[in-house]
Design a protein around this ligand. Structure first.
Ligand code: MN
Length: 196
């Protein structure tokens, strides 16, 4: 059991004020779930999370995924989240960390190519997604990050689609533009916000 994995997650949140999961002891199991949460915080973004060693590795993707293999999306790595976070849909109170509405935009399983721990060390993950909206091969590659981001630059990765039959060259943002609701409950962000 890894008791320090979620320290940053817990430090950032006041669980007497937000309904986000507290995160219990990190379970020692080897599951490979993934979730993408659409998060209307101060700025809308998509939180891309891959389960590994009992936590959800997490990246914030401002523009969301693209099915165009030529479109590389900035993905800023954020703190690991508890597994239970993968089903969280609701509203984080204004003024709290990440305040705003969260919808589960996609979920399913991921299948890493090679050893994903080594991939995280090297900054290069290749994997298949078996989700409701995203399928086929994907890449996450650590990059130098945008100029002027200072110390954040070490957290900058690029998320992009691998070339396969699930790719849609030239589609740019179509996958997020055409799918605005929760993949689990079908609700819009507005409906989730109005239904605490
Ligand atoms: Mn977020």
């Amino acid at each position: 059991m890894n008791t320090t994995a979620l320290r940053e997650y817990k430090r950032k949140r006041n669980f007497s004020r937000t309904a986000q999961p507290r995160g219990g002891p990190v379970p020692a199991r080897a599951g490979f779930s993934f979730v993408i949460q659409k998060h209307a915080a101060r700025r809308l973004h998509y939180d891309f999370r891959l389960e590994l060693d009992g936590v959800l590795l997490s990246w914030a993707v401002p523009k969301g995924p693209s099915l165009d293999p030529g479109v590389k999306r900035l993905a800023m790595q954020t703190e690991d989240h508890p597994i239970e976070y993968g089903t969280f849909e609701g509203t984080i109170p204004k003024g709290e960390y990440g305040g705003g509405t969260v919808a589960v935009w996609d979920n399913g399983t991921w299948v890493p190519e090679g050893d994903p721990r080594e991939g995280m060390r090297r900054g290069r993950l290749t994997f298949n997604l078996e989700g409701k909206r995203l399928r086929g091969s994907w890449h996450l590659v650590r990059t130098r990050g945008p100029a002027g981001r200072g110390r954040d630059s070490k957290n900058a990765w690029l998320l992009f689609k691998g070339t396969d039959e699930e790719a849609r060259p030239g589609s740019d943002s179509a996958i997020v533009d055409e799918n605005k609701t929760s993949a689990v409950t079908g609700r819009s962000l507005e409906q989730i916000a109005g239904d605490p």
